[in-house]
Ligand binder design. Sequence first.
Ligand SMILES: Nc1nc2c(ncn2[C@@H]2O[C@H](COP(=O)(O)OP(=O)(O)OP(=O)(O)O)[C@@H](O)[C@H]2O)c(=O)[nH]1
Length: 386
Amino acid sequence: MLPVDVILWIVLGVVVLVSGVTVAVVVSRRRAAELERRRREELPAAPSAPTPTAPEAPAAEAPSGTIAPTPAAPTTEEPEQAGTRMARLRRRLAGSNNVLAQALLGLISSDRLDADTWDDFEATLIGSDLGVGPTTELVDTLRRELSIDGVADPTRAREVLHRELVRITDPTLDRALNLDAADGLPAVILVVGVNGTGKTTTVGKLARLLVAEGRTVLLGAADTFRAAAAEQLQTWGDRVGVETVRGAEGADPASVAFEAVDAGVEKGVDVVLIDTAGRLHNKSNLMDELGKIRRVISKRAPITECLLLLDATTGQNGLIQARVFNEVTDVTGIVLSKLDGSAKGGIVVQVQRELGVPVKFVGLGEGADDLAPFTADGFVDGLLGE
Ligand SMILES: Nc1nc2c(ncn2[C@@H]2O[C@H](COP(=O)(O)OP(=O)(O)OP(=O)(O)O)[C@@H](O)[C@H]2O)c(=O)[nH]1
């Protein structure tokens, strides 16, 4: 039998040993856990496995209390009818030609019509770009009639002047847009002219006029030279809910024109309006390009109207342009733009005489509906401020 104190020492030793082992195990586990935590923290985030996502909730299902954005309703403008715009624009024409009208009426209503008075009258007419031929014609007729009647009656003088101006502006010309397309095809209107005459603006204004008449329209932006032109045209179209076919900047204008006409045929629209880049009439390569545009379009649908844009403020230069364009593109109608800023309305008469082509529209301002169908009577009323 072991002595008691030895047994006590053995028990104490076992207790110390067990405690030591227990502490060592706990400490080593904690250290392992700590090391594992640190290791995880130092690792870059692993890509998580793709989890199927629910389709995006529509805006309408936004949680209550927030206002879901609603798409803006497309708004299109209602263009002014041709009839109502005439009276408004006639006043503008009268305003811009006030000096000319006053000069003509003043001269013709004077007490004595001597040689000097007729010379002044003639010079005023030529200064308004009426041209030598029409001026001589007008002066001869007035001299004859008024020397018979005398000039004491200004109302009579005014009447004769009005009648003769209408006559030389030729009220018999057919000024309606030719929209007679072949069966199932749209009417195709090609718009040409030198730089900055107002082609893009006029195509936009014409689209509005046609929409106001209840026609369906498609625009073709064949001005691929100036990037902003297609943008500008599309803005015009968007305003009245009309589609625009565009090409990339620098694209072949003939192919864009073809695509526009093709889209017009497919969609069954009434009219396709084609805007072209401005070109100088003395650049033969650009004029050849116009010939190509015409040929390519005609493979899809006949061109029913080719409108030449002339800036009324450019005077005689406009006439030279008109002659060259007419040779290349067979112009069927003239649009005289910027007549609001010109006291040279006489160009209407001269250009019609030179080309044998009627003026069909006049631009009388920068406003969206400042384009009016031309009539000889309305023009002369505006010219004489009536
Ligand atoms: N006052 C006035 N300005 C006009 C009229 N028509 C067009 N304009 C202005 O003339 C400028 C040129 O018009 P655009 O339509 O860009 O001319 P464009 O012929 O297409 O020009 P390019 O493509 O560079 O050849 C613009 O500032 C128009 O607002 C008009 O009848 N009266």
